[in-house]
Design a protein around this ligand. Structure first.
Ligand SMILES: Nc1ncnc2c1ncn2[C@@H]1O[C@H](COP(=O)(O)OP(=O)(O)OP(=O)(O)O)[C@@H](O)[C@H]1O
Ligand SMILES: [Mg+2]
Length: 351
């Protein structure tokens, strides 16, 4: 097992749907053509256009874009549910187009878990048997299967529901069962295609948080698709914005928010509440300008926060902090957050 190999590596992946895909591809390589032009000239649909990216071990890489921008098409290349018109996909250093049917099956079963927007659960199977289904297909014995299913259900906080049936669970719980099913075989890579999109906003936010923690704790490599930039930013270490099958921008959440590459990206950014991304470092008065007294006074022990402390946490602690919070990076004093400073930062951002 090559432990240093990149878990997911896509190079120059193209997918054109239609009989004249090769002609369309050759023309698009000559000169850029819009999706409409490709449709009228070749009767083909552009799914993915020349996309390359790596996802590192333990990284959550989000792909976001409008409906029809090619997100699902791209994702399905990663476990070869779709063959590219051109380009390569490597999983753990292995070009998956070279795998035999049996090795591909094994790779999918052992290394890649997949979660969709609507997870189809078997209505007449218990939650335990739904989660253990993939293992059952692979001939894993009942006891081992049950143990794996119960572990996975605990991870998604559904311990105790093993013997129930799907229709006894809410939509959000059913999505977590789907996630547990993907986790049961302990894959290194998770492919998530709008897993929370069908849920109402509160449940969705809760699952986003839980999922981000889980992926981090379990060191999973995740490709996560969403049409919601806020969700992408919540769960992703990096975000790729997709339009007409191509990546228009790839970057860390704060790069996307602060430096959108074009109007398409900027329109998504405008819909996001920047409050989520306020940190102590963004709202503090720096130590120099804070001066030696007043707001700059060293706070009492235990009142210091790190520069990355998010707004929600700052609000929780600032109420009881007279004279403000010291912002420290280890030994280094960076600045001070005061209640007034925090309020004006929030005020400035809600327009
Ligand atoms: N099997 C197919 N045959 C022909 N065209 C297809 C096929 N699957 C997808 N497409 C087209 O490819 C483009 C990308 O579709 P895709 O489903 O990947 O988009 P998406 O970003 O996942 O959209 P959504 O957010 O609605 O799920 C669309 O124009 C779609 O119509
Ligand atoms: Mg899709």
């Amino acid at each position: 097992m090559a432990t240093t190999a990149v878990p997911v590596k896509c190079r120059n992946v193209w997918k054109i749907y239609g009989e004249r895909e090769n002609e369309a591809l050759a023309a698009m390589r000559e000169a850029p053509l819009s999706k409409d032009e490709v449709r009228t000239r070749f009767d083909c649909v552009v799914g993915v256009q020349d996309v390359s990216f790596d996802v590192g071990a333990g990284e959550t890489f989000c792909i976001m874009g409008l409906s029809g921008s090619g997100k699902s098409t791209l994702l399905r290349h990663v476990n070869r549910l779709i063959e590219p018109s051109s380009g390569t996909v490597e999983i753990n250093g292995q070009d998956i187009s070279r795998l035999s049917a049996r090795d591909l099956e094994r790779l999918r079963a052992d290394s890649i878990g997949m979660v969709f927007q609507h997870m189809a659960l078997w209505p007449h199977r218990t939650i335990r048997d739904n989660v253990g289904f993939g293992l059952e297909v692979r001939g894993v014995g009942r006891r081992e299967r049950s143990a794996a299913a119960e572990r996975a259900l605990d991870l998604v906080q559904l311990g105790g529901w093993e013997s129930r049936y799907p229709d006894e669970l809410s939509g959000g719980m059913q999505q977590r069962v789907g996630l547990a099913r993907a986790l049961a075989s302990n894959p290194d890579i998770l492919l998530m295609d709008e897993p929370f999109s069908a849920l109402d906003p509160l449940i969705r936010r809760e699952l986003q948080d839980q999922f981000a923690e889980l992926a981090k704790a379990m060191n999973k490599t995740v490709l996560f698709i969403t049409h919601d930039l806020e969700e992408a930013i919540q769960v992703g270490h990096r975000v790729a914005i997709m339009k007409d099958g191509a990546f228009v921008q790839v970057g860390r959440p704060e790069e996307i928010l602060t430096r959108p590459a074009d109007d398409y990206v900027a329109r998504f950014v405008r819909g996001v509440s920047h409050l989520h991304f306020l940190t102590a470092a963004a709202v503090m008065q720096t130590w120099d300008s804070a001066g030696p007294d007043g707001a700059g006074e060293e706070s009492e022990a235990g009142r210091a926060v790190g520069p990355d402390t998010p707004l929600t946490e700052l609000l929780d602690v600032i109420a009881g902090a007279e004279g403000g919070l010291a912002v420290r990076d280890g030994e280094r004093r960076l600045g001070t957050v005061t209640a007034d400073g925090l309020l004006s930062a929030i005020r400035a951002r809600i327009g």
